[in-house]
Ligand binder design. Structure first.
Ligand code: CTP
Length: 433
């Protein structure tokens, strides 16, 4: 019996898919189809798959051509499949020509001509709602949103505006943006989503203007260090029924959810200590302290909760700019210490000590792909990791896309009370110093 295997996502099942299955079947007596799993697709950056895995499997099955369906869950699985299923032919469309030649040691490789004029990408394009993103910025660095937005179907950064015309022009050229605007009202009008990317003093006004015009907003966090202002923005977003989304990408990254699961689910025992440090040296941005603090306070609030009994803050300044702060939080049976350096160098790390184990994340923990768990008496750490390219902005946009689809305006990445608590802490630091 000759066995044939082929793989694919088979999203929005179409004629091209049917044809390749039919021709693949002709190569043997038994056809196995590997359908890509959801996590595998997300991990390799294919974020726009429309149909669920169950639907895609069902559609492949309905052709009546297939003898067995398996799920492709990880990179490199194909080699194991070829051996395990004793495959004679690996059939795939010629868009992959040459890419799988290394598999010809295991079986015969067959590349078949693709059916012309149809693809899942094209069908998705037609099916998805389109959202134009406008960026309001005061620097020429896009925080990778231009590239990352393209990876989520329907989303694209098409508009740019900066109060400094020269920056707008440079930005447009650097990222090949279609439209440039010379006042903030017109960019807001022209966009469905406004990304406010500027120093903290300027954020509130732009955010408010965009919300007033009924536009969804992504903003660099925090919006402000005045609690009252943030509450007003939140109220306005609710009144206008639009999304107000904080740009903290960490909460949309898998590894961080694994970390939350471990810590909140009691898997490392009772937490005794939370230690987190961050520093950055960026002359282009003033008041970077607030951005860094927001990023660091969020995991503390999520993991340790908001019910600390006491907090004290030690702050040093360079002129008006806070250059270093140490924040100490006393919880009933635990302590949290957060060190933030703006120009002062501290090592970036996150350590959570529990009664059963300790978790450590090194270096850029806020966009980390991994963490380690150390258990008493065990010499080797357990490693938890996932792989992704870029800085994770695509996951935030994907989360926004899901919210839009579900007509939901409150984010479950950063909850409203967490945003408010962060700003309350920052306001207190601002007042006491
Ligand atoms: N295929 C084909 N002809 C098409 C489209 C796909 O022969 N017009 C083949 C691919 O070469 C592959 C299989 O069908 O062997 C599954 O492809 P898949 O990537 O799921 O479909 P695409 O339509 O190419 O999806 P996308 O646009 O997301 O890449």
């Amino acid at each position: 019996m000759k066995k044939v295997i082929t793989y694919g996502t088979f999203d929005m099942f179409h004629k091209g898919h049917y044809n390749i299955l039919k021709r693949a079947k002709e190569y043997g007596d038994y056809l196995i189809v590997g359908v890509t799993g959801e996590n595998y697709d997300i991990g390799r950056g294919k974020l726009s798959v429309h149909d669920t895995l169950a639907t895609r499997i069902e559609n492949v099955k309905k052709t009546g051509l297939v003898d067995e369906i398996i799920v492709e869950e990880y990179l490199g699985q194909k080699i194991g499949d070829l051996i395990r299923y004793n495959i004679d032919y690996f059939v795939i469309g010629d868009d992959w020509k040459g890419k799988f030649d290394h598999l010809s040691r295991y079986c015969e490789m067959v590349y078949l001509e693709r059916t012309k004029g149809i693809s899942s990408t094209e069908l998705r394009e037609k099916n998805f709602e389109h959202y134009d993103i406008g960026i309001i910025c005061d620097e020429t660095d896009d925080n990778e949103i231009v590239k990352e937005a393209k990876l989520v179907n329907g989303f694209e950064v098409r508009n740019v505006y900066s109060p400094d015309e020269e920056i707008s022009l440079k930005f447009k050229e650097k990222y090949n943006i279609e439209n440039i605007f010379y006042d903030c009202n017109s960019i807001i009008e022209a966009s469905d989503i406004v990304y406010v990317r500027c120093t903290i003093e300027k954020r509130v006004d732009f955010i408010r203007k965009a919300l007033e015009k009924g536009k969804h907003v992504i903003y660099d966090s925090p919006a402000t260090f005045k609690t009252k202002e943030l509450m007003e923005l939140i109220e306005l977003s609710k009144e206008k029924k639009v999304i107000l989304m904080e740009n903290i990408k960490m909460v949309h990254i898998y590894v961080f959810n694994q970390l939350l699961w471990m810590t909140q689910g009691g898997l490392i025992g009772d937490i005794l200590s939370f230690n987190c440090s961050i520093s950055k040296n960026d002359d282009a941005r003033s008041n970077l302290f607030y951005d860094l603090s927001s990023l660091t306070l969020l995991p503390m609030l999520k993991i340790m909760g908001q019910d600390y009994q006491k907090a004290d803050y030690m702050v040093t300044k360079d002129g008006e700019d806070i250059e270093f702060a140490s924040m100490n939080f006393v919880y009933p049976n635990a302590r949290a210490v957060i060190n933030v350096g703006n120009k002062i160098r501290v090592d970036n790390q996150l350590e959570i000590i529990g009664t059963k184990a300790t978790i450590r994340m090194k270096e850029n923990w806020w966009r980390s792909k991994s963490f380690r768990i150390y258990k008493p008496g065990e010499s080797d750490a357990e490693l938890y990791n996932t792989n992704f390219e870029g800085n994770g902005f695509k996951y935030l946009i994907k989360a926004m896309s899901t919210m839009l689809k579900n007509e939901r305006i409150e984010s479950m990445g950063v909850f409203e009370d967490e945003s408010i608590k962060i700003v309350e802490i920052l306001e207190e630091i601002e007042k006491t110093n």
